[in-house]
Design a protein around this ligand. Structure first.
Ligand SMILES: Cc1ncc(COP(=O)(O)O)c(C=O)c1O
Length: 388
């Protein structure tokens, strides 16, 4: 008997599972594998955050917390945005969730109806599509110009009365590109004219380089009339396994999201929330160190792609990914990714999983050591020569 529900149809088989199986087998055989596919920091969580979690455990912070979040963390999030000149009310505008992924899912469930269209600025992290489908809505791809630059015409062309929302993600996974304030304003004005909601995933907001100032949707829509902003601790604080994220929205939306959370996960893990307070209010020097290391690696990997691999690779302003264009090899991204893995041990994420239009690209995460970046690019360059 097969107990698979019809609902499982919304969850596609992983686009990278086969590759990871091959990589694991090769690693077991003692082959060197260069992991450029992982979307998580290679740094450990800063010690002050770990110590605070242990202290919270010893103090008995082990029971259910309020579904909205512990007051100390809600205050800390309010304080963090105030430091950037953004005014929110921690008690009304915030919900703390087990990861940003859950904040997004909860946001879709609370606001979108079955059959609605939700626009997805492409290239896009594949999870958005699955989460939108889980809530019964239909994801609609809208392509951007290279580097995630908004294509205003492409977006305007998608307008229609069934559009209930748009998902934007700046800095972007997989390109590392950012949306400018003008582009955010354009999206906001369009949302006002056509009455839809903006889901702004800002999880990479503190990983921006060269002194770039990232604009939050909260600065364009300060009254949160039609925005849900999502962020979390996974990337900025190297806390992927802790599962801590949050959403910021209008009080009525947050109330609905709290209802969803009460009936699903109950709350984010209580002692982890206290660690989150330390992440925000504690010493920030290790965060700055990680950001500086990513910036150096970004400069390195981008230069190596342009000078050694000789493919088009933009120098992105944020996140920890580059998304070079391999069209000259005339292979699908899945084929090229598999070849690279088998022949060189380099694991990447094939471009097609981020949108149909990106089958010429591969995503490389530079949350990897400098040595691996240099060695991995070198072996790739040698192999790619043989394909020419
Ligand atoms: C764009 C984007 N949003 C959200 C997430 C998930 O974040 P979290 O670990 O807080 O669930 C990821 C993780 O890869 C991501 O790339």
């Amino acid at each position: 008997m097969d107990w698979t529900s019809h609902h499982m149809e919304v969850i596609p088989a992983s686009g990278t599972l086969k590759m990871l199986e091959i990589a694991t087998k090769m690693e077991k055989e003692g082959k060197k594998i260069y992991h450029f596919e992982v979307g998580q920091p290679d740094f450990s969580t800063p010690q002050n955050i770990i110590d605070t979690a242990i202290k919270a455990l010893n103090e008995g912070k082990t029971r259910y917390a309020s579904s909205r979040g512990v007051p100390e963390l809600l205050d800390a999030i309010e304080y963090m945005y105030a430091q950037r000149g953004i005014k929110i009310d921690g008690n009304k505008n915030v919900i703390v969730t087990p990861g940003a992924k859950m904040a997004l899912f909860n946001g879709f469930l609370s606001t979108i109806d079955a059959g609605d269209d939700v626009l997805l600025l492409n290239p896009a992290w594949p999870t958005y599509k699955t989460l939108i489908r889980h809530s019964g809505a239909l994801p609609v791809d809208v392509t951007t110009n290279p580097g995630y630059e908004l294509n205003e015409e492409a977006l305007k062309d998608r307008m229609g009365k069934e559009v209930a929302g748009i998902v934007i993600n700046s800095p972007n996974n997989p390109t590392g590109g950012v949306l400018t304030k003008d582009h955010l304003k354009f999206i906001y004005d369009l949302a006002c004219d056509h009455n839809f909601l903006i889901f702004s995933d800002e999880i990479y907001e503190s990983l921006v380089y060269d002194g770039f100032k990232q604009t939050s949707m909260l600065e364009v829509d300060p009254d949160l009339k039609r925005s849900i902003c999502v962020s979390g601790f996974s990337k900025s604080y190297a806390m992927t396994g802790w599962r801590l994220g949050y959403a910021i929205a209008a009080p009525s939306t947050i109330k609905n999201m709290v209802r969803v959370q009460q009936n699903t996960t109950s709350c984010a893990t209580t002692f982890v929330q206290y660690a989150g307070v330390e992440a925000i209010r504690g010493d920030q020097s290790s965060i700055d160190k990680m950001r500086n290391a990513y910036q150096d690696r970004r400069d390195l990997i981008q230069k190596l792609f342009c000078e050694i691999i000789r493919v088009e690779c933009l120098n992105p302003m944020g996140a920890f990914y580059v998304f070079p264009d391999f069209s000259e090899y005339e292979l699908s991204s899945a084929t090229l990714a598999e070849l690279l893995l088998k022949k060189t041990g380099v694991v990447t994420a094939p471009g097609h999983i981020f949108g149909e239009a990106y089958d010429n690209h591969l995503r490389f995460s530079y949350a990897a050591s400098t040595q691996d970046i240099m060695d991995g690019i070198e072996v790739m360059a040698k192999f790619l020569q043989t394909l020419k």
